[in-house]
Write a new protein. Structure first.
Length: 654
């Protein structure tokens, strides 16, 4: 009853007309909607249409910028609850003309035809993009061996005919000639002086074959043969290298010694067994006058035993000369490293480190003519480093050390004893598992005292029987104790050099007889103490604060009466040793120069009564140090690297 009443009321309200509720949508969305020409809002919208007669109808128009208007007409027969109106973008018909040859025309990369064309028409759609901006199209014309033509078009362009003109392919070319500074021409048109770069050089095309037209590239320079080569597009190649013809000759070198190394302008040339080298050389002018280049010749030879002075000279055109002969002069000395046990101070104190310094070894083992000649007592293998040495009180034995290892972890020093006459093989005294260095004999000759780290990280003084056995530790201090020396009975005292972590210099200590506590012997400090034969004096070396070089000093056994014996500010001196009677001292000094003019350590001697009158004992030019008098005082044993290997040598003082 209620439903029927509502229907009657609705019919009265619409005079019994038909009603349609329709949802209007557009693609793209938010188009402006007009109904029968009257604005009705922006899609999507919902609208009620009332039809009072069979002829009633409504015209719905959708409009959006960049798109064509879309119109829909609905009548009382309309049954769609949703009307979707799809708008098409605006379009316009365009004509495209291509020059200078037919090409493939594309719009946004899509070809308009299969074959190349000179003209073509299209009707592209425009509209708005997702950001609401007018759509643009890119039209291109593409043809092999031409640069593509491109243009951007819009709906608002006034043009109806678009011209796409393809330009010639261009590239920037760099032309390099060997040698430089040549005149460069392209089809007889001068481009400039090489090296040169030509920007945007065009390359025309033969339209019949569609191939690039080849140009002729030519380079010329006085004194050279002109170079020519074709130039075309060449796959986009940009660098052209041209080599001009040179004057040439085959050079024949004969060198002596025949196994020398020959380098021509830094490059090693093969040498045959007879010392002959053959090489084809080219000679280019070096200036506008036509002066020809020269080649640097470097001839050298260096072996483990022999080194020659290198020969450096130039070979030019030399009027066509082809034969050259070169003889090298032997170099008497060669560099030889010296490995030693050293102490270097850092923030943690004094550290035991290997130290490698440079010396020279002369192949000739002799002294100057007219002087006593040194004789070998012991020569070690070439790869073995000799450390320091000492002679027994009876003169029958020599104790020495062999040093090895170039890192702190690998550093070792082993002691050996050998006959002073060199008649027997050396015998090891220590096992070589630690650093056993700086040995010296006790006055009675039955023990060897030495510095070693066998008890820990520091070097302390130890003693071991000459025949070997269990070492006995003599010092246990926190210092590093070096270069021990013991004076003679009846009051044996231990002298040594001490390196204390809190001090940058070295001190000389003495441990009196019956005591275990060291006493600072000299106020200035020093190194390498050596006790005199009468137990009343010591020799030591000390560094001059100004020159940073060492001098030899004498002091009493209590440290008083210090006197500088050598006093040579320009020389470095060390390894002082007493004669048996105490009247003479030998030491190592570089106060003289060798035959090559280099400062070199030799053995020198002074008489204590006249220390200013030093006598040079060795003159070989190799490193000579660690001197010690023989028992009679008429000869000196010493360390030397003469002959290219380390050894113990003996030279007479007579």
């Amino acid at each position: 009853m209620r439903t029927g009443l509502l229907a009657i009321l609705a019919c009265l309200a619409t005079a019994c007309a038909d009603v349609r509720d329709v949802s209007i949508r557009t693609v793209p969305p938010d188009a402006d909607i007009r109904i029968n020409g009257q604005p009705d809002g922006r899609a999507p919208i919902n609208e009620r249409f009332v039809f009072r007669s069979a002829t009633d109808q409504y015209k719905i128009t959708a409009s959006r910028a960049g798109y064509r208007d879309q119109t829909e007409t609905i009548t009382r027969d309309e049954t769609r609850p949703v009307i979707t109106m799809e708008l098409r973008p605006q379009s316009k018909r365009i004509n495209i003309r291509v020059e200078p040859a037919p090409a493939i025309v594309k719009i946004d990369g899509i070809p308009l035809s299969i074959d190349p064309v000179s003209t073509i028409s299209a009707e592209p759609e425009f509209g708005l993009d997702l950001r609401g901006q007018p759509v643009k199209h890119t039209i291109t014309a593409e043809r092999d061996n031409f640069a593509a033509a491109e243009r951007v078009i819009t709906f608002s362009d006034p043009d109806l005919v678009y011209l796409l003109r393809m330009e010639l392919m261009k590239k920037t070319v760099t032309i390099i000639t060997d040698p430089l500074s040549a005149d460069v021409f392209l089809d007889n048109r001068r481009l400039g002086i090489s090296p040169l770069t030509v920007n945007d050089l065009p390359f025309p095309v033969d339209l019949e074959s569609n191939n690039f037209i080849t140009k002729n590239l030519r380079a010329s320079l006085p004194g050279y043969e002109a170079a020519e080569m074709p130039m075309s597009w060449d796959g986009g190649k940009t660098t052209y290298a041209m080599k001009l013809g040179l004057r040439q000759k085959e050079v024949h070198l004969t060198v002596d010694p025949p196994d020398a190394i020959v380098k021509i302008d830094g490059l090693v040339a093969p040498v045959d067994k007879s010392g002959n080298v053959s090489k084809l050389l080219s000679f280019a002018p070096t200036n506008t006058r036509g002066d020809l280049q020269t080649y640097g010749i470097d001839i050298s030879k260096k072996t483990e035993d022999i080194e020659y002075e290198p020969k450096l000279f130039n070979i030019g055109w030399d009027n066509g000369q082809v034969d050259y002969r070169v003889s090298l002069k032997e170099i008497p000395a060669k560099p030889m490293p010296v490995l030693s046990v050293a102490l270097r101070r850092n923030s943690q104190g004094w550290q035991i480190v290997p130290e490698v310094s440079e010396s020279y070894s002369f192949r000739d083992i002799s002294e100057m003519k007219g002087r006593p000649q040194a004789q070998p007592v012991l020569r070690l293998p070439r790869d073995v480093q000799l450390g320091s040495l000492a002679l027994s009180p009876d003169g029958s034995k020599i104790v020495y050390t062999q040093v090895s290892g170039t890192s702190r972890e690998e550093l070792r020093s082993q002691m050996f004893v050998v006959s002073s006459a060199g008649q027997k093989s050396p015998q090891p005294i220590t096992d070589g598992k630690s650093i056993d260095a700086m040995p010296a004999f006790t006055p009675n000759g039955d023990q060897i005292i030495f510095s070693s780290n066998r008890g820990g990280k520091r070097m302390n003084i130890w003693a071991i029987p000459v025949t070997g056995g269990e070492p006995q530790r003599l010092t246990t201090s926190d210092s590093n104790d070096l270069w021990p020396a013991v004076d003679r009975d009846p009051k044996p005292r231990l002298f040594y050099q001490a390196m204390i972590d809190t001090r940058a210099d070295s001190l000389l200590y003495i441990i009196p007889n019956g005591s275990t506590y060291p006493v600072d012997l000299t106020q200035p400090g020093g190194m390498q103490p050596r006790v005199g034969p009468r137990n009343d004096a010591i020799l030591f070396a000390a560094v001059d604060s100004k020159s940073n070089l060492r001098d030899i000093f004498r002091a009493s056994d209590t440290g008083s009466g210090i006197a500088n014996l050598t006093n040579t500010p320009q020389a470095d001196e060390y390894d002082a040793s007493w004669s048996r009677e105490g009247a003479h001292v030998v030491f190592a000094s570089n106060r003289s120069t060798d035959s090559l003019g280099r400062k070199n350590f030799d053995i020198w001697m002074i008489e204590m009564a006249h220390p200013e009158q030093a006598i040079q004992i060795t003159t070989n030019g190799s490193l000579d140090d660690c001197p010690v008098f023989d028992v009679l005082g008429d000869a000196v044993y010493f360390r030397s690297n003469r002959g290219g290997q380390w050894g113990i040598w003996k030279i007479s003082l007579k």
